[in-house]
Design a protein around this ligand. Sequence first.
Ligand SMILES: Nc1nc2c(c(=O)[nH]1)N[C@H]1C(S)=C(S)[C@@H](COP(=O)(O)OP(=O)(O)OC[C@H]3O[C@@H](n4cnc5c(=O)[nH]c(N)nc54)[C@H](O)[C@@H]3O)O[C@H]1N2
Ligand SMILES: Nc1nc2c(c(=O)[nH]1)N[C@H]1C(S)=C(S)[C@@H](COP(=O)(O)OP(=O)(O)OC[C@H]3O[C@@H](n4cnc5c(=O)[nH]c(N)nc54)[C@H](O)[C@@H]3O)O[C@H]1N2
Ligand code: SF4
Ligand SMILES: [Mo]
Length: 672
Amino acid sequence: MTTNIVRSVCPYDCPDTCGLLVEVEGGRAVKVTGDPDHPYTRGFLCPKMNRYERTVHSPRRLTTPLLRTGEKGSGTFRPATWDEAVAIIARRFREIIGRHGAEAILPYSYAGTMGLVQRNSGHPFFHRLGASRLDRTICSPAKDAGWQAVMGTTPAVHPDSVAQSDLVILWGINAAATSIHFLHGVREAKKRGAVIWLIDTYATPTAAVTDRTFLVRPGSDGPLALGIMHLLAGRGLVDREFIHRHVQGYDELAREILPACTPRWTSEHTGLPEAVIGEMALAFGTARAPFIRLGSGLSRYGNGAMTVRTITCLPALTGAWQKAGGGLFGGTSTGPAFALGEVVLREDFMAQPTRIVNMNRLGHALNELSDPPVMGLYVYHSNPAAVTPDQNAVLKGLSREDLFTVVHERFLTDTAKYADVVLPATSSLEQSDIYRAYGTYCIQRARPAIPAVGESKSNWDTFRLLAEAMEFEEPFFCQSADDLIDRLLAVHTPLRAGIDEAALAAGRAVELAMPPWDGTVYGTPSGRIEILNPALPEPLPRHLPVHGEDDGLPLRLMTAPSLYALNASFYERDELRERQEGMQLMMNPADAAARGIGNGDRVLAANRQGEVEFVLKITDRIPAGTVVAEGVWWLEFTPGSRSVNALTSQRLTDAGGGSTFYDNRVEVRRVG
Ligand SMILES: Nc1nc2c(c(=O)[nH]1)N[C@H]1C(S)=C(S)[C@@H](COP(=O)(O)OP(=O)(O)OC[C@H]3O[C@@H](n4cnc5c(=O)[nH]c(N)nc54)[C@H](O)[C@@H]3O)O[C@H]1N2
Ligand SMILES: Nc1nc2c(c(=O)[nH]1)N[C@H]1C(S)=C(S)[C@@H](COP(=O)(O)OP(=O)(O)OC[C@H]3O[C@@H](n4cnc5c(=O)[nH]c(N)nc54)[C@H](O)[C@@H]3O)O[C@H]1N2
Ligand code: SF4
Ligand SMILES: [Mo]
């Protein structure tokens, strides 16, 4: 049999957006490896994607539409044709619109695929329908808000510039799991003599690649940054010249906020010894070009936006922005590379602005919204029954007999089990798309490498069918995904100027050329780095409390990413689940001893949101007072009847309407 090698792109929600080489035999993907020609990811894939063909051709793939025959949640369905399924959806949507208005229909999608066309396929359809809009804030809007408060629209530096740093701080990022290619530049820096730090709440796998690991109390990084700034100011380690030229509000910060942020105060908040805080300030203040790689974990708290804002002020004090290899990097700014709004999102299809529902509050929306209530839910490339906070509220809402639910998926997920109609989705290898990355400056176009598995259809092709069934007459809905990609490429943007169009058309990754960065131009209203931002209700950074402090329970709960999964994706793979060794709760030996529980015990973690059963793993990688659950498991593989998000809440961040997945407290006891 002949083997073809087709270029493709990793579609998952990961900053790296790796280039793939897919070996195809007889219409099947037989092997997926990294593309050595990719300028950033250079042929190396993570453990999840190394055997992507096992996901694509998993025996668990959905191959036909399904109609519910049993109770919601039971997963009992009968196969149906696409014609039958689409006709039912159109009829039920019309009934709901007739009785309650179109805002009674809510789309729910997130990041099953990051391709610009397939990811956003539903927007034009639901805008045209007049449905409620979803505020897609589950991931890191508080991180964005914190950065923007200080830096405005200033573009991010190139991630590879880290190689020129002499002090690299991985701050709230488990890069070994969530950003592995960034570590390439970190290793380069280390070879040239840089010191590498990790600041996290427990010793993640990333601790193995760093020189120092500092463990802080969850949600206390704001105080840590303030404490470091207090010492920088007091010891004269600030760059007065840089501040004078490029910073707004340093004097106000130094006068009004920093005096109270003494080492003792910082130590009380963070749990770090005063001497260690002193060491950190001295090392930061005397480094030539300190580089902070900021993760998203610390932004998912009631004070998350303020935490990011406070940390973002640090490089301004020492002028690190003007040193090659210095500054702070939270992700690349590749959004403006494509005219997505004009070509794909099509807000102009809305007859008038419709209701906006925060996706983190799906439980509230399904159970408590009125005027109109949510009567129709259309879920695509997301698994809210698993990934959304307050799982008990979400499952209660999904169980409503009067709710009509459609789920478009590759697998019969926890959410799909509650659907009235399940539609089978293609995987990324079966659909066209164009990708941009949020951890690199690469863009890449992908065409189908293999035919659709079974009768599955892409997001875009499904919305085209639905548009036809709803008798939408706009010619827009007659285009193919490739037409849309061509149109995206036809609209020229400054960021894409000068790229190698032929390579892009041939399916290779090409890198956007960033304008040279010299640390003198800032995209804020004042043109300066805004430590003082007069447009905000809190003009200066200061310490804000987290939500979990109100809960009155002893243990802080981290719900962190796993090396062998991506949110609730990849649980179809037996070998990856085995590498996670089951759904564990990790705990410090002292906390376990105090509760009389042992390694391997079945334990119950509980708070006012719910109760979740785990297998206990005792390890001194976790500091006393904190417990950690990695991975967002599918219910069929959990020790009990719930997964980790039955312990997280619908409370939002201080800005951006973000999720607060890490801001929880629990008590833990043996089951039974
Ligand atoms: N393998 C794998 N890769 C992934 C994902 C995955 O689930 N698994 N998820 C993908 C997605 S959707 C995203 S958004 C990115 C996220 O990737 P990151 O930007 O790395 O953010 P998180 O993974 O949310 O959190 C990273 C770390 O923050 C730590 N943390 C939590 N609270 C605090 C705190 O208060 N202070 C400090 N200093 N640290 C804290 C956690 O312990 C965790 O180690 O990764 C993507 N890549
Ligand atoms: N406890 C806890 N919960 C979390 C997090 C955490 O750290 N802790 N992280 C949060 C974060 S940062 C995020 S971004 C969210 C992510 O939330 P989601 O984006 O919902 O994440 P996934 O679990 O990856 O689910 C995506 C689903 O899309 C399906 N899919 C893939 N490709 C396609 C396609 O082309 N078409 C269709 N129709 N379906 C497709 C996959 O089979 C998969 O089931 O989870 C959040 N949930
Ligand atoms: S999940 Fe991330 S690291 Fe893994 S292959 Fe995809 S883009 Fe690369
Ligand atoms: Mo995310």
